[in-house]
Design a protein around this ligand. Structure first.
Ligand code: ADP
Ligand code: MG
Length: 984
């Protein structure tokens, strides 16, 4: 390539060489310019004009640019499009006499590391994830060591045998780590055993990271998996890093350095080499991309010092997927937890229905609780206690909500501070937000000031739960006031941050500039030297201004102007017409078309004074500002803890307000299972129920007057009434319901409301019912038959079946399974046979609590054949020519002839109705034969039974043979009569 060889372009190429994979935004005055291929790509994405530079010399360089003050929007679009963006700034003020200003890349933004406020959804996390794969051998050994050290260990690795089994047949362990740089949320986990890939996929689909780091040669999902295009199947951008970055020893050093600890055990990471590898890769990548240490004010950070700007990543938490209720992505979608299954009516989601939080932090926490409901009874009860207290304290609750609305996103403001991105206005926002904290605390105290609200009989369970919590949270020491109420804990954890508030109040001006480097951020009175220089500056400017008046008088040129620009500094401008009046002591500087510019010795002197004072002012302001920001950054951990407590308070208040407004009740839990029992189960089946555990009985699931939290709202908005329904499932006599009834009868709604009520309960929220006694569920599965789900566009029978297969393989006795019209995506008898076999398999295998909504009436026969299976139906009523959907769920199966009745009511001609009845009877006869054959002990159904109506072949023959052209109407009628008699 023949490159234009100018100093500027040489500088450009030097910078670009360091960031070959990013679009380089190169600051030139008021614009960020892109060159070469970067320009071509950006012009296409941003829909801006592609121009070129140096055309005249025959070395045209493609180029495009965006104005710096509007850059954020453009950068967002480039990142959304999956690109990385390197921002190269001018590191010096371009001023009079300076040729080429120093330029440096101050940040590299990637989809996973973007923290600009417009880059991220306020109510969602912006995760950067990393995936590492390796052998589980180290892990098994370490787990064994851990067991010796920690007999009461509550996680899956607390058992050597478990660890051996864990490191599946090929010994592969997958590590996953993820971080939200904007909030400081940093976690890691591991997956082992043969289902590791599937579990990883579940986790990724729930987290929906924006960017995933993986080692160079491997792929996100193993090659054996069905092709899911790429990482983009998860909506994430995939970034490949060198292998060695994922090397566990290197990664461990990286983390130890970053967290300034000697060992990682404190975070619960010990023995989890792949989790460490993934987390280490994230830290490595963040250090590389944010490049923050280089533009810190002192610039003194050595390459291997703790990366500046990442102070808010002050901890990492190790967790296990099964520490929470597992909701796979298909289930989350079918239940419309956070996104609508069809269309884009977001108001139809549970999240939307349940989110009246006051802060972005609260909204994010709510969302993460929803996708990961709790399984720890003590945690759930602690939240429910708090919700109950807040529900009772009407006034305080509403006050807290009101003041929380004045709290901006503390988590994100804090990380903007530590990342060095906070503007003076961000600091004012921080102060304004922190001012609400003492008020919120006061109201909180008034609520929990009345202790002893714990429900009776829960003491023992709580103690067990607490012990378990302690064992689990090796990362942070148990809080000294553990055992106090949750609201008390939150009260304690909120720091009023008086020091930070005071610092900002003293240091930052009331109406500061929007940008960090513009003058005026520091309040008068904060620094004596600054104030003095500002006075000098002001005086100098006044003198120059008065000079203009004076010179006009002296020269007699009324249009004489004294102005300033960046290249020439201050100058006196005289129009061409008045040139002859210019005094001799003026020194010519520049000639324009219509005017001439001069300076004078006096002007030069004041210019020097003003400019040097200006430079000094800027310098001091920048130093003071950086100092304030750094002092706040040092309080980042306290800010983060406070933010977390505020977020949780927000969510609990939200639950209480909803409970009060919508008449929700506190759920009770029927399983007082002991920790030991849970552990046994977890280690005995890595997700799969075994018959050995069926020996112990499990708790009831009983919902009285249950409502669907989302549909209830929608129905009521239409001015209609939602019909509440009961649900009863017990251990053995009734754990699998077959639900029949007409279309639109309310089957799907009934199924989903059972799941949503359980999810809400395990989030620690009250539930829409008059009474709810629930078990703790380990997983919920929801599958919808293909044709019920066509709008999703991607559903095929194959997908439906693979989803069902996943249920049969992973459901346990503690799961809830919802099957909605499963089997619908294929021919009637295929579908029926599959549905039948699925029920049998669930019944024979893990025996999870199951609700099966179906249009196959044949399935209702199973009630007779399999103990524990019960029929219910949604009822309807005929009122004159109207059909009324009562939407009541009642025992027994639905009336089979109902569909034809609807057709009659809808006005279908009578002969069609009569004929339909005939066909139905015939069909039912063959169906009886079929179900008899499907019954246990019988032979499998004959495979050729595939047509819906069995019309006599001879009749068909006669019809085909009849030559209508040669037939009189009477003959035709006779033939018809004969055929009919033949059929009867
Ligand atoms: P099905 O699955 O039996 O075809 P749905 O569960 O999809 O029926 O319900 C159809 C519609 O009926 C829902 O969209 C809702 O508007 C209404 N509906 C369902 N259940 C109730 C109920 N319990 N009370 C009031 N309206 C209901
Ligand atoms: Mg339905």
């Amino acid at each position: 390539m023949n490159e234009p060889d100018t100093p500027l372009m040489r500088q450009y190429h030097a910078v670009k060489k360091q960031h070959p994979n990013a679009l380089l935004l190169f600051r030139l005055g008021d614009f960020y310019e892109l060159f070469y291929d970067d320009a071509i790509v950006a012009a296409r994405i941003l829909q801006i004009t592609l121009t070129s530079r140096n055309k005249e010399k025959g070395q045209a360089v493609p180029m495009c640019g965006v104005p710096y003050h509007a850059a954020e929007g453009y950068i967002t679009r480039l990142i959304r499009a999956g690109h990385k963006v390197a921002i190269c700034e001018q590191m010096e003020q371009p001023g009079p006499g300076k040729k080429l200003v120093r330029r440096e890349v101050i940040r590299v933004l990637t989809p996973g590391t973007a923290t600009g406020s417009s880059l991220i959804e306020l109510k969602e996390n912006n995760f950067l994830a990393a995936i590492a794969r390796g052998s589980g051998r180290i892990r098994a050994k370490a787990a064994r060591a851990q067991v010796a050290a920690n007999v009461s260990g509550s996680d899956e690795d607390g058992d050597a045998a478990g660890a051996d089994r864990d490191a599946g047949s090929d010994g592969t362990v997958i590590g996953l780590a993820y971080v939200d740089l904007s909030t400081g949320d940093f976690r890691a986990t591991e997956f082992a055993c043969e289902k590791a890939e599937a579990r990883l996929r579940d986790e990724i689909e729930i987290l929906r990271p924006r960017e995933i780091l993986c080692p160079q040669p491997s792929t996100l999902f193993a090659a054996a998996e069905p092709p899911t295009t790429d990482a983009a199947g998860t909506g994430a951008v995939e970034t490949r890093l060198d292998d060695w970055i994922f090397d566990p020893p290197y990664a461990a050093r990286m983390l130890e350095q970053h967290f300034r600890v000697a060992a990682l055990a404190g975070f619960g990471l010990e023995g989890h080499s792949q989790a460490i590898a993934a987390a280490g890769a994230i830290v490595h990548y963040l250090r590389e991309t944010s490049a923050i240490s280089t533009h810190k004010t002192d610039g003194a950070s050595a390459p291997h010092a703790v990366a500046g700007g990442l102070e808010h990543l002050d901890r990492i938490a190790y967790y296990e997927q099964q520490d929470a209720m597992i909701l796979d992505a298909v289930t989350a979608r079918n239940l419309e937890l956070t996104e609508p299954a069809t269309g884009d009516d977001a108001s139809a989601t549970l999240l939307r229905a349940m989110d009246e939080t006051a802060t972005g932090m609260g909204a994010r926490l709510l969302r993460s609780w929803m996708l990961r409901p709790e399984i720890s009874l003590s945690e759930i009860e602690a939240r429910l206690d708090a919700v109950g207290q807040l529900k009772a304290a009407t006034v305080a609750r509403e006050e807290i909500h009101k003041y929380l609305q004045g709290v901006l996103d503390l988590e994100r403001l804090t990380s903007r501070v530590t990342l060095g991105l906070a503007t003076p206005r961000d600091l004012l926002a921080l102060r304004g937000s922190l001012e609400q904290v003492p008020i919120v605390r006061t109201f909180l105290r008034s609520v929990f000031g009345n202790p002893g609200v714990k429900a009776s009989g829960k003491v023992e369970e709580e103690e067990i739960g607490e012990a378990k919590e302690k064992a689990k949270s090796t990362g942070s020491p148990p809080s000294p006031n553990a055992g106090r109420s949750r609201l008390g804990e939150l009260f304690e954890r909120m720091d009023e941050m008086a020091d930070v508030r005071d610092l900002i109040a003293r240091g930052i001006a009331d109406d500061p500039p929007a940008l960090v480097n513009d003058p005026g951020a520091i309040r008068r009175g904060y620094d004596a030297e600054l104030d003095e220089l500002r006075d000098i500056l002001k005086l100098g400017r006044q003198i120059i201004a008065s000079m203009e008046e004076r010179e006009r008088k002296r020269t007699g040129i009324a249009s004489l102007k004294i102005r300033y620009n960046q290249i020439f500094g201050y100058y006196i401008e005289i129009s061409k017409a008045n040139l002859h009046l210019a005094p001799a002591d003026y020194e010519r500087r520049q000639t324009l078309v219509g005017a001439e510019r001069f300076t004078s010795s006096e002007l030069k002197e004041y210019e020097r004074k003003v400019l040097s004072a200006e430079e000094r002012v800027l310098e001091i302001e920048r130093r003071l500002y950086a100092d304030i920001r750094e002092r706040i950054a040092r309080a980042a951990a306290r800010l983060r803890r406070t933010a977390a407590a505020v977020a949780q308070t927000d969510v609990l208040v939200n639950f209480a307000r909803i409970a009060a407004a919508r008449n929700y009740v506190r759920p009770e839990f029927t399983e007082a299972r002991e920790v030991k029992e849970i552990e046994e189960r977890i280690e005995a089946n890595d997700g799969r129920g075994t018959s050995s555990s069926t020996a112990t009985s499990r708790g009831l699931l009983m919902i009285a007057g249950g409502r669907h939290p989302v549909i209830e709202k929608l129905v009521e908005e239409r001015g209609e009434r939602f019909v509440p329904n009961d649900l009863y499932l017990d251990d053995d006599s009734q754990f699998l319901l077959i639900i029949t009834g007409p279309n639109m009868g309310g089957k799907s709604t009934y199924l989903r409301q059972a799941a949503l009520i359980s999810i809400l309960a395990q989030m620690g929220c009250f539930v829409p019912a008059t009474q709810a006694r629930l078990p703790i569920l380990d997983r919920i599965f929801t599958r919808i038959g293909a044709s019920d789900n066509l709008a999703r566009g991607r559903s095929t029978f194959l997908v439906e079946m693979s989803e069902v297969a996943a249920i049969l393989n992973t459901a346990t006795r503690d799961s809830l399974v919802l099957l909605d019209e499963v089997g619908r995506g294929t021919a009637t008898f295929d579908g029926l046979s599959i549905a039948w076999a699925v029920v049998e398999s669930l019944h024979r295998g893990a025996r999870p609590r199951t609700l099966f909504a179906t249009h196959y009436h044949e399935l209702t026969e199973l009630e007779q054949l399999l103990p524990g299976v019960k029929n219910v139906h949604v009822s309807v009523q005929e009122a004159g020519s109207e059909i009324v959907f009562l939407r009541r769920v009642e025992p027994g199966s639905a009336d089979k002839s109902y569909g034809i009745e609807v057709a009659r009511l809808a006005g279908l001609p009578n002969d069609v109705i009569v004929r339909a009845r005939e066909i139905l009877q015939r069909h039912e006869r063959s169906e009886d034969k079929l179900t008899a054959e499907l019954s246990p002990g019988a032979m499998p159904a004959p495979p050729q039974q595939t047509s819906f109506t069995a019309i006599d072949e001879s009749v068909l023959e006669a019809l085909r043979g009849a030559s209508l052209d040669h037939m009189t109407p009477v003959d035709a009628l006779k033939l018809l009569d004969a055929l009919q008699r033949q059929l009867k």
